[in-house]
Design a protein around this ligand. Structure first.
Ligand code: F0G
Length: 459
């Protein structure tokens, strides 16, 4: 009896279910063609298992749903705003908070306040909307993530870490005055959901303090990062995720949050800041772009669901099952020899399309092609995170990222372990016939964030 393992299981049970649609190969072929081979342009009604994103796709708890009934839909001073403000202060420790309709609403306001034309914003790998707002405000993003992050095979446990030498070089080259803040994401999305270590954050705090540079935290997936610290960083193995989250935030000066991820809501976000001056300015700007500073584009009920969701998101039981499900899928894929980014990240499994389809050059979009092939096989919808997502530089040249990935993103509390099996089997079937797959050409390209609406044709 001694060796029987003790599995984790979901710390929730089902009270309501949403019926899914099964599709035929012929239906999928037609739907994919109509969508210009871009999974963003598929109708959700044509999708079986939807792994496009973990953003806004979580299942809310019974507590959150009952919170929705407590919505105080006053234009100003809704009680749900005060609840949310208190939760952000207690759980994350930031002094001031302004709700926004989602993460990019906060990014817009913050970039407008802190960035001047010609400024440099170093960060641990770019994120699409974050970098675009920095650029629209006149800034230039510089990648200071460690080199290991660009190598899908490298198993370093904290591939979200900042290379402090790269940052020091930038400070030397441009001067600290040109750097309004360092942009730090926890669970770095484009690197494959890779965490930053507490040690690295602490060292970054020391360096930035010396040069009086702020750290702004993209805390969209901070709880998942905290879980990896608990699992992998010495000294944190007995700390609850809740405490680790608060410590992470304590090394930063402010944050933008897309609550559609970690915080288990379908819409919402906020900007948090410890600086009174920045807060005042943000309170001014939020009225222009989002709404009054006590609702920021959200209904009272949305703020209530967010306040409750934040509490649930930092529970150890929740986060173990959440990340555990992602790891289960990743390990299944590895059993089929599918090349994935290692270590397995927090919010999804990232398949290495360069390795999967080595005969397709980056100009013919291997990751975009692979995402459409997986859909054709099984109706599983995934997302390109490669050359299409990277877009173009201000001078019109394409960015060619080292990472050419397809993200199998897992919504929180939505799918079962049997779904994970079906997904891995579908990826394996496509892998088996990989030699026969041809690339694509882009036939329509929007100016901003092209991955959302671009259209393709098969070669
Ligand atoms: N920062 C990160 C790290 C994100 O992953 C996202 C959104 C945002 C900011 C922007 O937040 O969507 O609420 O405006 N990521 C989604 C994704 C879209 O699928 O990864 P938003």
């Amino acid at each position: 009896m001694k060796n029987i393992k003790r599995s984790w299981a979901e710390p929730y049970k089902m009270k309501m279910v949403e019926l899914m649609k099964m599709t035929t190969p012929a239906q999928r072929k037609k739907a994919m063609k109509n969508a210009g081979y871009n999974t963003f342009l598929l109708k959700s009604a044509d999708v079986y298992i939807d792994l496009l994103t973990d953003s806004g796709t979580s299942a809310m708890s019974d507590h959150q749903w009952s919170g929705m009934m407590m919505g105080d839909e006053a234009y100003a001073g809704s009680r749900n705003f005060y609840h949310l403000e208190e939760v952000v202060k207690n759980v994350y420790g930031y002094k001031y908070m302004i709700p926004t309709h989602q993460g990019r609403g906060a990014e817009n306001i913050l970039s407008k306040i802190l960035i001047k034309a010609g400024d440099i914003i170093p960060g641990n790998m770019y994120f699409t909307t974050t970098r675009l707002h920095q650029e629209l405000a006149g800034g230039k993003f510089e990648d200071i993530i460690i080199d290991e992050a660009h190598d899908p095979e490298n198993e370093f446990p904290f591939k979200g870490n900042v290379d402090l030498n790269k940052l020091e070089k930038l400070i030397k080259k441009y001067g600290a005055k040109k750097i309004p803040y360092v942009s730090i994401a926890t669970s770095v999305n484009m690197a494959g959901g890779q965490p930053i270590s507490m040690k690295n954050l602490r060292e970054l705090r020391t360096l930035t303090k010396k040069h009086r540079i702020r750290i702004i935290h993209d805390m969209t997936r901070v709880a998942e990062n905290a879980y990896f610290i608990q699992q992998k960083e010495k000294g944190y193995e007995h700390k609850p995720v809740k405490e680790i989250v608060k410590e992470i935030c304590s090394y930063t000066d402010g944050a933008t949050m897309s609550a559609k991820k970690d915080a288990l809501v379908n819409i919402g976000g906020f900007l948090a800041i410890n600086d009174w001056d920045v807060y005042e300015e943000a309170r001014n700007l939020v009225v222009v772009y989002e709404g009054l500073h006590t609702y920021g584009g959200l209904a009272g009920r949305d703020m209530e669901a967010m306040a409750i969701g934040i509490g649930e998101s930092v529970s150890d039981d929740h986060i173990r099952a959440r990340v555990g499900q992602v790891i289960y899928l990743g390990e299944k894929m590895m059993e089929y020899d599918i090349p994935i980014v290692k270590p397995i990240g927090g919010h999804g499994v990232f398949v290495d399309a360069k390795k999967f389809l080595p005969h397709i050059p980056q100009d013919n979009f291997p990751a975009q092609t692979l995402a459409s092939e997986v859909y054709l096989d099984s109706g599983v919808r995934t997302m390109e995170r490669g050359v299409v997502s990277a877009g173009r530089k201000a001078n019109g040249e394409n960015y060619y990222p080292k990472l050419e990935l397809v993200r199998f993103t897992i919504p929180r509390r939505v799918y079962t372990q049997a779904h994970m099996d079906v997904i891995a089997e579908s990826a394996a079937r496509v892998y088996e016939r990989r030699d026969k797959i041809k690339g694509m050409k882009m036939v329509y390209e929007p100016k901003y964030l092209r991955f959302f609406q671009a259209r393709f044709e098969k070669l």
